[in-house]
Design a binder for this molecule. Structure first.
Ligand code: SF4
Length: 560
């Protein structure tokens, strides 16, 4: 008997041709990408076991499964493949639990596309979510199975609270549940919720970024008798393979950027043996990459002033690369100031990771701005242990970081923000300057700087609630940042579009053509929109690189 059926938001279950940044594809508006193109770029459907369970599941689902297995029997839990949901949802099924990241399509990346294309909330993430919810509700119709939703995207239901009745959720759970999931499932199944363990309502943040709890009977979160977060030893290891080989190396961050919720969570470092044990599960299923999740990899067991702990990082990566079957590995997120300040350590880590022209290390990095003023205001510790001023400008630090990364075959995927608090026009032009200078720079041996850059727009929650997501969300200077970013992305897509795709010859040709052609079309679309708004296109193209077409050193950067 399957008491609990776990399933993931389907946008998190595809490989997206394993092309860098293509995981963001579902954030695009439905009207901007034809269904045929969307489906092709998503890649083939994920594999299923003969009984209909999924072979690989997103890490959050695997963690939930592991937690439930601490109390329930294996046969009581199924991690279902979307196409075979019926195999598991029967009359005696008690709960269907879904994990999600951006169900309503109002996450930061999705918002950044609405700023360009406007229109209704109909991004592909939301289309796929609606489809999954319809399907689940059809399958459970007439049965007792309750529907609960959790995961990092549930905050979206608190924003668009008025329109979620259609999904017929029994509960939405917000927060980490590794230690309490068995209790949660038991109590929801029996309908007897202990208000000390689980409180109704959700945690949100007020205008001063202070935690507040809002009462709402649909939402559950950790109650007063429980610590706000599980301790490290209460987080069980996954027992079955995760999507794309993801394993967690730490939770929390502590750097303290004022716009970031992660920094409010306590720091928990996974010991090497846990990381290795989870990688072994993945490797046994044929996964050859270890994708190391954290919000700030270089902060793993860091020293004073967030100085990287070279010994701990080397030990961790050595252990990862020694796992039988693991051939490559990359961290999910990391700050750029560490490569800038620690080139020798980066060389050492790169040797351990066996980086090279066919093994680039992709890493997401929040650069956020090109402005010293904004960086100092909103993320004063992000540069540590380097400091804006004594160690150069923020642009100097970022430039030095990308120089070292490119030299060692690391490719950062930068995100930028426009619409920050107290942002000025000049701040955004400094960001344009940063993009242009990096885009025209070369590392050792004449290798062009490798990085992607994705601009995100901060949309006030009130505006999301009012759904007035038209294209006038961007001012001219914000649009200049978008245009400069997409000019660089188009250049990268042309350079790497064919090289970095996988699959057979035909699918590589198809993916490569769509990516390089799509990158160009997107850039031209933004150029047209920007010109229509009155943005000086020639100024954006040359801003910050008037005097030099090639920047190969920090002194050349200063002269550019
Ligand atoms: S470094 Fe990244 S994860 Fe850490 S607080 Fe800043 S934005 Fe958040």
């Amino acid at each position: 008997m399957t008491r609990f059926v776990l399933i993931s938001d389907s946008t998190l279950s595809y490989e997206y041709r394993n092309f860098p940044l293509l995981d963001f594809l579902p954030c695009a508006p439905g009207k901007a990408i034809p269904e045929r193109v969307y489906k092709f770029l998503k890649g083939p459907a994920p594999p299923a076991k003969p009984n209909g369970e999924t072979v690989f599941a997103p890490y959050a689902i695997r963690k939930l499964e592991a937690s439930l297995l601490t109390k329930f029997k294996r046969e009581e839990i199924a991690v279902a493949h979307e196409d075979y949901l019926e195999n598991f949802v029967k009359d005696d099924t008690e709960i269907i639990a879904v994990s999600t990241m951006d169900p309503l399509g109002i996450g930061p990346t999705t918002m950044s596309y609405y700023a360009l294309f406007g229109g209704n909330l109909d991004a592909w993430v939301r289309r796929d979510w609606d489809k999954l919810m319809d399907r689940i509700n059809v399958v459970r119709k007439g049965k007792k199975a309750k529907l609960i939703v959790g995961g990092p995207g549930v905050w979206e239901f608190t924003i668009l609270r008025d329109e979620i009745e259609k999904y017929h959720y029994d509960y939405v759970f917000s927060g980490e549940a590794d230690d309490i999931a068995p209790m949660l499932f038991d109590q929801i199944a029996s309908g007897d919720i202990d208000k000390n363990v689980f409180r109704t309502g959700f945690v949100s943040y007020d205008e001063n970024f202070k935690r507040v709890t809002i009462n709402d009977p649909l939402f559950l979160s950790r109650g007063f008798s429980k610590a706000a977060y599980p301790r490290l030893e209460e987080i069980p290891r996954i027992v079955a393979p995760s999507m794309k080989g993801m394993v967690e190396v730490m939770r929390g961050c502590g750097v303290g950027c004022d716009f970031c919720e992660v920094t409010l969570r306590p720091l928990r470092y996974e010991p090497t043996e846990n990381v290795v044990a989870e990688l072994e599960i993945n490797a046994a299923a044929g996964i050859t990459n270890g994708w190391l999740h954290s919000d700030e990899f270089f902060g793993y067991k860091h020293g004073n002033l967030f100085a990287p702990n070279e010994e701990a990082l080397s030990e961790l990566l050595t252990a990862v690369m020694n796992v039988k079957g693991i051939k490559t590995s990359n961290p999910t997120h990391g700050r750029v100031s560490i490569p800038a300040g620690y080139p020798e350590m980066m060389e050492k880590l790169s040797k351990i990771l066996k980086t090279g022209p066919r093994n680039w290390i992709g890493i997401q990095t929040g650069v956020e701005t090109g402005s010293d003023e904004l960086a100092k205001k909103h993320m004063p510790n992000k540069t540590l242990p380097l400091r804006i001023g004594p160690d150069g400008s923020w642009l100097d630090i970022v430039w030095q970081g990308v120089y070292v990364e490119t030299k060692n075959y690391w490719r950062p995927a930068f995100t930028l923000q426009v619409g920050q608090n107290e942002e000025t026009e000049d701040d955004n032009w400094q960001t344009v300057e940063m993009i242009n200078r990096l885009s025209n720079s070369y590392s050792e041996g004449g290798r062009p700087f490798e990085f992607t850059v994705t601009p995100l727009v901060n949309v006030p929650l009130g505006r999301i609630k009012s759904r007035s997501l038209n294209t006038n969300m961007l001012t001219k200077d914000m649009m200049a940042v978008y245009y400069a970013s997409y000019r660089h992305l188009s250049k990268m897509a042309t350079r790497d579009g064919f090289r970095d795709t996988d699959g057979n010859f035909l699918s590589r040709i198809g993916t490569g053509s769509l990516i390089s052609g799509g990158g160009y079309l997107m850039m031209k679309y933004i150029e047209k929109r920007a010109a229509k708004m009155g943005v000086d296109i020639e100024k954006v193209k040359h801003y910050g690189v008037e005097h030099s077409r090639e920047i190969t050193s920090l002194s050349a950067l200063a002269r550019a």
